[in-house]
Design a binder for this molecule. Structure first.
Ligand SMILES: [Mg+2]
Length: 282
């Protein structure tokens, strides 16, 4: 097997799945299939559950028929779980699993009145997550989310769970803060402070080291500030990386190339970028 000309690390919500519908366009799946067929390794690096990724990306690609030798993996829950397309086996890092009380507190808060804006993602195995309802305006969710996050931090702290939320710190009785409340545009996660896109990138490299030659050149694609951590990790490990920022905010400055897709954002930008790559590399 020769060294692939490129490797792809893809955030899912934003560049692959629409943040509005939370679904993946068939045309994008087809371009991913073309890239996999050309020997381009693809690793999804997401905060999503393995169920979501199986349902929206891995399953549909396996159903279409994965090209021979395809190298397609998913690192889910920001590094907590990982799996390989078509393999069926899911690996879990139990040290990243939040205490059971986190799930109980989410349930209590939803029952206490936040169901107008959000629901619990029951597919999560290491994180505890609430997600925005797709039938409420984003502005309403954002407003409710701010109140929810503050209530969540207070309740977890009262239950003896040490957490951080943004710049605020709620240490446990021993002064520790092993858990993080991490709000995004469509969700709030309770997760290990070790979880994140950098850990996902590290696991992605481990998965690809085990199934063939590692590319030297990489594209990372994401819509959030936190997605730059994928590219930071690859750059710090000596790889040649370009980050493709498909989010609505202006791109950040880095010691490696950062690109946007002019005139498009989120999954429209992700689709355009993958189409360009598939046309160039296949
Ligand atoms: Mg995203």
């Amino acid at each position: 097997m020769s060294t692939p000309p490129l490797g792809l690390l893809l955030d899912v919500d934003g560049p692959v799945a629409s943040p509005e519908t939370r679904t993946v366009a068939p045309a994008l799946l087809e371009d991913l299939r073309r890239l996999l067929g050309a020997g381009i390794p693809v690793v999804l690096n997401t905060g999503r559950s393995v169920d979501f990724v199986e349902g929206q990306v891995l399953g549909p690609l396996v159903d279409r028929g994965l090209p021979a030798g395809a190298r397609l993996h998913a690192v889910c829950e920001k590094g907590g779980l990982w799996t390989t397309a078509g393999a069926g086996e899911v690996h879990l890092d139990a040290e990243l699993a939040v205490p059971a009380v986190c799930h109980a507190v989410l349930g209590e808060l939803l029952d206490g009145g936040y169901q107008d804006a959000m629901f619990v993602d029951t597919g999560k195995r290491t994180m505890a997550t609430v997600e925005a309802r797709t039938d409420v305006p984003a502005s309403h969710y954002a407003e409710r989310q701010r109140a929810f996050d503050a209530d969540l931090a207070e309740r977890l702290s009262a239950a003896g769970v040490g957490v951080v939320l943004g710049g605020r710190s709620f240490p446990d009785a021993a002064g520790r803060r092993p858990w993080r409340i991490d709000p995004s545009v469509i969700a709030t996660d309770v997760e290990s402070v070790r979880a994140g896109k950098a850990l996902g990138a590290r696991r992605a490299l481990e998965l690809l080291r085990a199934d063939g030659p590692l590319p030297r050149v990489w594209h990372t694609v994401g819509d959030s500030r936190s997605d730059y951590a994928m590219a930071d990790h690859l750059h710090g490990s000596g790889f040649d990386v370009t980050h493709v920022d498909v989010g609505p905010q202006p791109p950040l400055s880095r010691p490696f190339p950062v690109r946007t897709v002019p005139g498009a954002d989120y999954d429209a930008a992700g689709r355009a970028h993958l189409r360009e790559l598939a046309d160039r590399l296949t």
